[in-house]
Write a protein that binds this ligand. Structure first.
Ligand SMILES: NC(=O)c1ccc[n+]([C@@H]2O[C@H](COP(=O)([O-])OP(=O)(O)OC[C@H]3O[C@@H](n4cnc5c(N)ncnc54)[C@H](O)[C@@H]3O)[C@@H](O)[C@H]2O)c1
Ligand SMILES: O=P(O)(O)OC[C@H](O)CO
Length: 336
């Protein structure tokens, strides 16, 4: 009998834990790494993650540790599930511990502030491994639904189709159906920008603007994501797939989305500080809206919805004023 695939998951938050479950259900031996020893101990003793997925029973072949060397040892896949803005610092500490041939897998949906690097680029920069050993998992994957083993499709993207297929097989379960894609740029942009559009839709929902506004924001949000993707060499077809439209629809319609909920609170009139204080988990769009806008400007791409979100979230612009400005833009062709 062949040895089970070994996976290390760095990050014991909602998605790290839920994706660890998926890997374990697919037959991998999974070790979760978490910063806090007491949470790792609770995972092992109660077979639940009481802080992030309370009430969800975790499989036997998943355990947790706060020792990064123990988690990383001999891992075929090293999965990274920490906030995008802390990845660089976290990974720098883990690089000396990584198994020599491990494939690094990003679960993160953000763009680094300042450098405007996508997460796979940060991984390549810090770990000094080639793009053929870096993969991305993305798509409409709300952690709580996956943890309840509700059905979902996903994308595993890697420049190497063979590596993407290995990861696909390592995380394929009766409820989790991963497709491969070699367009890593498009898949990562889809995941990062949908969080920004999710904030915009949430703000509109919080303001009570209705479903026509929601449909318009989703569609024009996808249009500006695709424009940016084209400028960055992505395949435009990726944006009508799971990493684009699929994730956008799930995020913009679900009360489980942290970005959508964050936007609703802002749209209802909470201040940024009040909204941050009631948000317990990572809402990547809050920081990544600035790096996505930076990226758009570097590539000369017009992203009016992203610009509007930055105005509301970071420049204190009242949502009603931002709405008036967005609707007052000059008339243009839908194709531009
Ligand atoms: N939750 C989801 O439904 C979901 C689904 C798909 C993708 N994602 C993406 O996965 C990534 C992780 O999200 P999540 O939902 O697991 O977030 P989370 O907030 O639930 O968990 C984040 C984890 O990172 C840890 N962490 C926070 N700051 C850290 C630091 N400075 N150093 C080391 N660890 C730190 C936390 O302790 C926690 O374990 C994000 O990029 C998110 O966009 C989330
Ligand atoms: O909760 P959110 O807004 O981070 O969204 C979670 C996932 O990215 C949905 O696919």
């Amino acid at each position: 009998m062949s040895k089970p695939v070994k996976a290390a998951v760095f990050g014991t938050g909602s998605w790290g834990t839920a994706f660890g479950m998926v890997l374990a259900d697919a037959g991998c031996d999974v070790t979760l790494w978490g910063r806090r020893g007491e949470l790792a101990a609770a995972v092992n003793s109660t077979r639940t993650n009481p802080d992030y997925l309370p009430g969800v029973e975790l499989p036997e072949n998943l355990r947790a540790t706060s020792d990064p060397a123990e988690a990383a040892a001999d891992a075929d896949f090293t999965v990274l599930a920490v906030p995008s803005q802390t990845l660089r610092g976290n990974l720098a500490e883990w690089v000396p511990l990584l198994a020599p041939e491990t494939v690094l897998v990003s679960l993160m949906k953000g763009v680094e502030l300042g450098s405007t690097m996508r997460m796979s680029e940060v991984i390549e920069d810090v770990a000094k491994v080639g793009a053929d050993r870096i993969a991305v998992v993305t798509g409409p994957n709300l952690a709580r639904e996956i943890a309840a083993r509700m059905p979902a499709a996903a994308v595993v993207a890697c420049r190497s189709e063979a590596v993407a297929q290995r990861l696909q097989s390592a995380c394929h379960t009766p409820y989790f159906r991963p497709y491969t894609n070699t367009d890593v740029v498009g898949c990562e942009l889809g995941g990062a920008v949908k969080n920004v559009i999710g904030l915009a839709v949430g703000i509109a929902d919080g303001m009570g603007l209705g479903d026509n506004a929601k449909g318009s924001l989703i569609t024009r949000g996808l249009a500006e994501t695709t424009r940016l993707g084209l400028a960055m060499g992505a395949d435009p077809m990726t944006f009508s797939g799971l990493a684009g439209l699929g994730d956008l629809v799930a995020t913009c319609s679900s009360p489980l989305s942290r970005n959508h909920t964050f936007g609703i609170n802002l749209g209802k009139g909470m201040t940024l500080q009040e909204t941050i204080s009631v948000t317990k988990q990572t809402a990547e769009g809050v920081k990544s809206c600035e790096s996505v806008l930076d990226l758009a400007r570097r590539h000369g791409v017009d992203m009016p919805i992203t610009e509007t979100v930055v105005g509301i979230v970071h420049e204190g612009k009242p949502p009603v004023v931002a709405l008036k400005e967005l609707m007052g833009r000059s008339a243009k062709s839908e194709r531009r």
